[in-house]
Design a protein around this ligand. Structure first.
Ligand code: PLP
Length: 822
């Protein structure tokens, strides 16, 4: 993109940012900050030096943003998230501050290609998937729409695992994103807080024997140390802070032990403390029944709250005005312990009584729910909770007593409803329900798409919603158009600018102006050429990386997202097998060349998800090699799906697969990225697909399958998958082929149990939706053959997706939840 943003850049940056000045500064940074000269500098050194030069300019903005917030007493937003799926930062930050082009020229004058060093920047994978990526998009949008904000999370030394595919199986390796250092971050040793675990609670009484307060005496104590990364908004007007906590021992080297000769023992505490922030536990398959996970959650929550309280006290001198000056947002229940922790800080540390503390707590917090899957709703065994956080357990009991009293005195709740409202799950193992804790401790509880919010009101939080009406609200997710259009798809951005001008760069809803170009043959051709170039880029990557040749003129059909049964990669694979069968049995028909791409990680303990990855690879091996297919169908599994890979694949997609069992995907954001880049969606009426359909129009999306209500009805009404399978010859044949080992001759039984599962219960309704899915794929073929029509529909998708910008989402959060109006 040429220098469109320049005129709006802050003056002090403009003054010092011509390419010659930048080149001089890069050399200086190389020398004085990296300690190298040009002749010995590695590409990593150039990367570091370039980032340092731009970071200096960002810091000027950062300091002025912070100062203004302080002086104007602006309300601050604190976004607590166990995950931030950031990806690479360089291109994003350079472009947002308006220096991408000048840095390109400056580096070129030094013989360095910016695209080469940009490709070396590690992809910060501090998240599992959508939830973590949402947090990253929100950080960028908050800086863009001028909301003063801090993101708080964990600086995982190894993050999410790196996936390799070996013989078709997923193998996990530690991600080494910090190996070359992280030139973006600032270590803030002075900003460190103690985190306690275990121990007991003491009561302090006054002279006349009255209970004054409780004091928690933890037995284990570690430190949380802050690392700050500046987050630049579009056009650099505001810079916010992402503060990630790293754990370390308070006393890293126990010198007594060391001097006594126990060199290993002297470091034991240090290793144990540091282990806490080492890896992100990939928790989306199984209840994260791991003590380490609970420790991580408390660790980053207490450090963040102590930080927030300290900042507030130093500016305002008292704590009860916290809700007026701070909005603390809980991204899912992972930081829900914050409710009890803030109560503890109020009562035990600052001497506030329960009622006042409870009122202020509720006015401070807001909570976003991200899933209705029962196995993903966090709860912790009471004995574990009590052992690790004894004071918080007491506080939760006190809150629960208050809530249950309100429910009983309300008079409209029977015993079963009271049980569902309780923060403690009784019957069997007693557990603390983190969703209920987050709900009662917040003034706002939001879902992430219209459908999800509605289901939330009807299911998990039905009774809490009755007790506290109007607390639930919807905020449909969004994505940042900077990364997901301008950065990842410069070709498309360029032709859109030529067509409708630059206004959409500042307000993506202005993309609407593109709508009329759907009927413009010349524009359609440009659009097709851009898509083609993006597909060639992906084809080149796949050929270089995997040795698989794909034809860029084929339809690129892409499903990339975490591997999970509810997302139904299996449905897509079975359809590939059925199609393969058809191509072989009807070679005379005019088959459409198609490449099915898959990518995504499976949680390491999720057996079926890992088996589905293996199946995709086994099917790929057979189909891609079969001469009878004549290259008409290819299947490709692209390893290690992450943000950078998404940036490569989204712009190259013709067809976006969003085929989850209706009612199970809270929103999806992958669906938005694809459509914004001009892919047509094939999908169910699930999550945000429903709203995408409303925006792009029924003719510009392929919808199939059971609705959420119908899924519910079928499940309730004794769904018989066997009967469904037997009535569909295509499906039966495909399943028989998989089950009998056609794709796994080395282990014919490999998929027996997976397929038997479909016959026996098919919880995810793969069989029920199969025929509709396959038929819809054939109508996709039909539209694809009429290329102008296809491209017109694709252009309408781009034109109508502006509403799904995370800027819109953040404005809604800011005005309707945080009361922090930009
Ligand atoms: C957008 C994104 C996701 C979320 O994808 P869904 O299809 O919404 O599940 C996951 N991982 C990465 C790397 C992403 O960029």
């Amino acid at each position: 993109m040429a220098n469109v943003m320049t005129p709006k850049l802050p003056r002090q940056i403009l003054a010092t940012s011509d390419p010659e000045t930048l080149a001089t500064e890069i050399l200086r940074a190389l020398k004085y900050r990296v300690g190298k000269d040009m002749t010995v500098a590695t590409p990593y050194d150039w990367l570091t030096a370039s980032i340092k030069v731009v970071r200096d300019r960002i810091i000027d903005q950062w300091i002025s943003s912070t100062k203004e917030t302080y002086e104007q007493r602006e309300k601050r937003v604190y976004y607590l998230s166990l995950e931030f799926l950031i990806g690479r930062l360089m291109r994003d930050a350079f472009a947002n501050i308006g220096l991408l082009d000048d840095m390109r020229v400056a580096l070129k004058s030094l013989g360095v290609d910016i695209d080469v060093i940009a490709g070396l920047e590690p992809d910060a994978a501090l998240g599992n998937g959508g939830l973590g990526r949402l947090a990253a998009c929100f950080m960028e949008s908050m800086a863009t729409v001028n909301v003063p904000a801090h993101g708080y999370g964990i600086r995982y030394a190894n993050g999410m695992f790196r996936q390799e595919i070996s013989d078709g199986w997923q193998v996990e390796f530690p991600e080494d994103w910090l190996d070359h250092g992280n030139p973006w971050e600032f270590e803030r040793r002075e900003r460190s807080f103690e985190v306690g675990f275990g121990g007991h609670v003491e009561s302090v009484t006054s002279k006349d024997g009255r209970l004054e307060r409780h004091v928690w005496k933890p037995v284990e104590r570690i430190l949380a140390v802050a690392y700050d990364t500046p987050v630049v908004g579009w056009r650099g007007a505001r810079v916010n802070t992402l503060r990630l906590w790293s754990s370390m021992a308070i006393d890293p080297l126990q010198l007594d032990a060391f001097n006594a000769g126990d060199h290993i023992g002297a470091l034991r505490d240090s290793n144990k403390a540091e282990a806490l922030s080492r890896v992100l536990y990939p928790a989306d398959a199984n209840p994260a029944g791991q003590e380490l996970r609970l420790r991580q959650e408390y660790f980053f929550t207490t450090a963040s709250l102590q930080d927030i309280v300290q900042r507030h006290l130093s500016q305002f001198g008292e704590l009860l005005s916290l809700p007026d000056q701070a909005a603390i947002h809980l991204n899912d229940t992972h930081p829900a312990i914050a409710v009890a922790e803030l109560m503890r800080l109020f009562m035990d540390v600052h001497g506030v009584d329960f009622d006042k503390a409870w009122d202020a707590t509720k006015r401070t917090f807001a909570y976003t729910n991200h899933t209705l899957l029962p196995e993903a709703l966090e709860s912790w065994p009471v004995p574990l909770f009590e052992r690790l956080l004894p004071r918080h357990m007491q506080i939760i009991y006190a809150i629960n007593a208050q809530v249950l009293l309100e429910a009983r005195s309300n008079g409209h709740f029977n015993d079963e409803q009271i049980r569902s409202i309780s923060l403690i799950q009784e019957g069997g193992e007693r557990r603390v329900r983190m969703g209920n804790l987050a709900f009662v401790g917040s003034h706002s509880v939001n879902g992430v798409s219209a459908l999800h919010t509605e289901l939330m009101e009807q299911t998990v939080f039905a009774d809490l919603n009755k007790l506290y009406p109007n607390r639930i609200n919807n905020k449909t997710n969004g994505i940042t158009p900077r990364r997901w259009l301008f950065q990842c798809n410069p070709g498309l951005t360029g032709i859109v600018r030529e067509a409708i001008g630059d206004k959409f760069l500042d307000d993506v809803e202005k993309l609407k102006g593109l709508d009329k170009f759907a009927g413009d043959a010349a524009f359609r051709e440009k659009f097709a050429a851009v898509k083609r170039a993006n597909k060639e880029r992906l084809a080149g990557f796949v050929s270089g990386r995997l040795g698989v040749k794909v034809d860029p003129s084929a339809l690129f059909d892409i499903q990339i997202k975490r591997i999970h049964e509810y997302k139904r990669q299996l449905l897509n694979i079975i359809e590939a097998v059925a199609l393969y069968d058809q191509i072989r049995s009807h070679p005379e028909r005019d088959w459409l060349p198609r490449v099915k791409f898959f990518g995504g990680k499976a949680a390491p303990s999720y057996h079926n998800a890992k088996l589905i990855i293996k199946l995709a690879n086994d099917v790929a091996k057979v189909i891609n090699r079969d001469p009878a297919v004549r290259g008409l169908l290819k299947v490709v599994f692209v390893p290690n799906y992450n943000v950078s890979l998404a940036e490569l694949m989204m712009p190259a997609a013709d067809l976006s697969e969003q085929i989850s069992t209706a009612g199970m995907e809270a929103s999806g954001t992958g669906n938005m990225k694809f459509a914004l880049n001009g892919a047509l969606t094939i999908g169910t009426l699930d999550g945000a697909n429903v709203e995408i359909k409303e925006h792009v129009g029924d003719d510009n999306i392929f919808i199939f399958g059971l609705t959420a209500d119908q899924v519910e009805e079928r499940r309730a009404g004794g769904y018989d998958p066997r009967a469904v399978i037997e009535s569909s010859p295509e499906l039966s044949q495909a399943l028989a082929a998989i089950s009998s080992g056609v794709f796994s001759p080395d282990d014919p039984q490999r998929y027996r149990s997976l397929i038997d599962g479909l016959y026996q219960s098919d919880w995810f309704m793969v069989a029920a939706d199969f025929d509709a899915y396959a038929a819809t794929q054939r109508s996709v073929d039909k539209v694809w053959r009429d290329s102008p029509d296809w491209h017109a529909r694709a252009i309408r998708n781009v034109a109508r997706m502006g509403w799904f910008s995370s800027d819109r989402t953040i404005r809604q959060y800011a005005t309707e939840i945080w009361n922090a109006i930009p």
